[in-house]
Design a protein around this ligand. Structure first.
Ligand SMILES: [Zn+2]
Ligand SMILES: [Zn+2]
Ligand SMILES: [Zn+2]
Length: 117
């Protein structure tokens, strides 16, 4: 046998068990940590929050707030005098605005309608 071939076999025989036993365990631990970090830990996702019109309580989707090709959005966000934002159907804006005005006059919480779907 040639010396070079022999030494190459020895390197392969030593290297294989090391990569299987040592680093593999560390990689598995890291993967578990990464999976834990990726999985939702109970933090509220803004995209999954329910949005309801303050005037009529109708459920609104985030897409409803975006105008599409000349069509005005079905819903919009209005602000009270304190700068707080409230979702409202576009057709409910006058009613919603009245609720916010009453809230700003009285200092009471906005009397939002009960949510429905
Ligand atoms: Zn809802
Ligand atoms: Zn509404
Ligand atoms: Zn306010």
């Amino acid at each position: 046998m040639q010396p070079g071939y022999k030494s190459a076999r020895n390197l392969a025989a030593r290297g294989t068990p090391r990569t299987l036993r040592g680093p593999m365990k560390r990689e598995k631990r890291l993967t578990k940590r990464e999976r834990k970090a990726l999985s939702p830990g109970g933090a509220p996702n803004p995209n999954e929050q329910h949005i309801h019109c303050v005037a009529c309580g109708k459920h609104l989707d985030p897409a409803n707030f975006q105008a599409a090709q000349g069509v005005p959005p079905a819903a919009q966000v209005i602000k009270c005098a304190h700068g707080s934002q409230f979702p409202s159907c576009t057709k409910c804006v006058p009613v919603s605005q009245a609720l916010l005005d009453e809230h700003d006059r009285s200092g009471q919480p906005v009397k939002a309608a009960a949510a429905w779907h």
